[in-house]
Design a protein around this ligand. Structure first.
Ligand SMILES: *Cc1c(COP(=O)(O)O)cnc(C)c1O
Length: 501
């Protein structure tokens, strides 16, 4: 080999390390300045067409200067964030994130761990964080769990373990392990990720029985019992009940104790979807209502919602570590642990879930919990609930506003209702009102339909919110509502306009 003919070698590190340092300092300065002052900015800014066009350009062939790349980010990407870092964002159920959480993601990025395997600190931190999650839910030390991307995957993981534990040999034989079709049970208010879970575990969405709810949007216990009985009589194989600790529409908590008793009597799995609501367990007033979480076979919850952590991080816990492990562990040569070297140490986390490669999402949880301590989170969650009740009272006090569902936790559903319109008109009016509120950046609640009525829906998992922000949203609702009524009276805004769309 002629050494002089060897190609010069390349890499992806910066040509000039001082440049990346300068850029790094600039990024931190810009981002911290932005966050510090975020309350004075609109919640959300619609993306102009010319910016959207930027995202249709083909893959770059040539290198660009890192400072220019960052400029493009600042111009075309950053201003059009989703809004959930703002104190007046209440759409869907989205957490706020924190500055230190963002830095933790940066640090995890530098370490770039594959937090699946290896004798590395990330695996020990991950395990510690799962243990802390068990403490949060008062699960025994003998329990287990895994950090995943969010509630959806946490719920799917729960249902996989449920199926494989209750149905002998399901791991190998799948749903064909039983003669009767497998069925699971939840309320009609259950999040659609459980429907997806039923689809991926092979039982099919139809076999996830959606049981009717009462006036408080909680599962109807008698209807549930009757359905299980009917299914058994018809040769189905019930294997799981799913309880809601905080439904997505209204925050309703199912009667978890009763669900637990039914599951025990039926000798089937009891799983809880507590995506956000399970965290209310930290608040004394909710401890009784959520006590059954401690007895459940599994519980899914998000840290990126009501623990205000950066996306993505959710968790699912299991009462029995052995059945959790049995559902996923398969010995393979390339993942075998050794006595020494980098393959020594913790068992691969892939033995506890679907993923092999996974990021160091535990770091932001670890750093944030150290920064604030659990008591601060408990107080923060209690404050969000107090704010929701405060908002509910404000709505009740105003004669042009109507509360659409009882406030029970951190969700408030309301509408503008001046009194002289029918339900269809109110639906159109409130949809337009919400669009204008979002587009002008006043506040960003989202919407839902409650018994066919369009509701402005406020979900508060926002640590930046203060009561004054809720006051501003109410004032905005009234002002836009009044404007719409004036437009209606002068025929500028027709109530059939959006219906036909
Ligand atoms: C958000 C949510 C989910 C899904 O969680 P993701 O983290 O978005 O995947 C499931 N159930 C409920 C009640 C939720 O609010």
């Amino acid at each position: 080999m002629n050494e002089t003919n060897l190609k010069p070698e390349i890499g992806l590190d910066p040509a000039n390390w001082d440049d990346i340092k300068t850029l790094g300092h600039q990024i931190i300065d810009d981002m911290v300045d932005y966050l510090k002052d975020i309350g004075n900015k609109p919640v959300w800014t619609p993306i102009p067409q010319q910016v959207k066009d930027e995202f249709k350009k083909p893959i770059p062939q040539q290198p660009a200067d890192i400072f220019e790349v960052y400029e493009e980010f600042k111009q075309n990407i950053f201003p059009y964030h989703g809004g959930n870092i703002h104190p007046k964002f209440f759409a869907w159920v989205q957490g706020t994130g924190t500055p230190l959480g963002a830095f933790a993601d940066l640090l995890a990025g530098v370490m770039n761990n594959n937090a699946a395997i290896g004798n590395q600190s990330a695996l020990y931190v991950d395990k510690q964080v799962v243990n802390w999650c068990k403490e949060l839910m008062n699960y025994p030390e003998t329990g287990s769990g895994i950090l995943v991307s969010g509630g959806s995957i946490a719920n799917i993981t729960g249902l996989i373990v449920a199926r494989n534990t209750i149905v002998a040999n399901a791991k190998n034989a799948g749903v064909y392990a039983t003669t009767g079709k497998l069925t699971a049970y939840c309320s009609s208010e259950t999040h659609n990720c459980l429907g997806k879970a039923a689809e991926v575990i092979g039982i099919g969405n139809e076999q996830l029985r959606k049981i009717a709810v009462n006036d408080n949007y909680e599962i109807d216990i008698e209807a549930l019992k009757a359905k299980i009985k009917e299914d058994r009589e018809n040769g189905f194989f019930p294997f799981c009940i799913i309880g809601n600790a905080g439904t997505v529409n209204t925050g309703a908590i199912d009667p978890l104790n009763e669900l637990l008793q039914i599951a025990r009597n039926e000798k089937i799995w009891f799983h809880i979807d507590g995506a956000f609501g399970a965290l209310a367990k930290l608040v004394p007033a909710y401890q009784d209502k959520l006590k059954a979480i401690e007895e459940a076979d599994s519980v899914a919850f998000d840290l990126h919602k009501w623990m205000y952590m950066q996306y993505e991080v959710g968790c699912v816990l299991f009462k029995d570590a052995a059945t959790h492990r049995a559902a996923f562990a398969t010995p393979v040569n390339y993942l075998t642990a050794h006595d020494r070297g980098i393959a020594a140490g913790p068992e691969t986390i892939s033995n506890y879930g679907m993923e092999l490669s996974r990021g160091f999402k535990a770091l932001k949880v670890w750093m944030s919990l150290k920064e604030h301590g659990v008591d601060k989170y408990a107080a923060m969650i209690a404050q969000n609930i107090d704010q929701a009740f405060y908002l509910g009272e404000k709505v009740k006090q105003h004669h042009d506003l109507e509360l659409m569902a009882a406030v029970t936790m951190n969700i408030v559903c309301y509408r503008y209702n001046p009194g002289n319109l029918d339900d269809d008109q109110l639906n159109v009016l409130n949809k337009e009102l919400l669009m204008r509120m979002q587009e002008t950046g006043i506040a960003a609640p989202s919407s839902t339909l409650l018994n066919g009525s369009y509701a402005i829906r406020v979900a508060n998992t926002n640590h930046r919110t203060r009561r004054e922000h809720l006051d501003e949203m109410i004032a905005g609702t009234i002002a836009i509502g009044n404007t719409l009524m004036k437009e209606h009276d002068s025929k500028l805004f027709k109530f059939d306009f959006l219906v036909s769309k």
